[in-house]
Design a protein around this ligand. Sequence first.
Ligand code: ZN
Length: 152
Amino acid sequence: MSSEEFRQQEAELDELYRDIIIDHYRHPRHKGRLTAPSASHEGLNPLCGDEVTVEVVLDGTDLGEIGYTGSGCSISQSSASMMAEAVAGKSVAEAHRLIADFTAMMRGDEGIDPDALGDLEALSGVRKFPVRIKCATLAWHTLAQALKEASA
Ligand code: ZN
């Protein structure tokens, strides 16, 4: 798929959703490396050329710190920023629950409470473009792996 087609898909996202996604893309939250991560995991989405590395520090059963670095399309990078903001300060169990809810929403599963996801619901508009779902879920699968490695 050409980058022009990608831009066109992004332009077709609902306006409200697009504003939230663009805000996170331009002003990423928690972007950067941690000084002493408990675990660091790199995720790749070769379909689009997206890369996200997620670093975590565990504080007992809580996610003490989270940071990420990466490059790629606006959906992959804004999803990483939204994810980091959503899980920061949560327990590891809550983070896993959010990962499960978010990936279920992106699969189009019924019965997801939209209130539980807050701004993350903005990314549900990406479901219109099945090839981009992997862009939106990349950071989340990468976080799941980082948490697994940190807890090992
Ligand atoms: Zn992408």
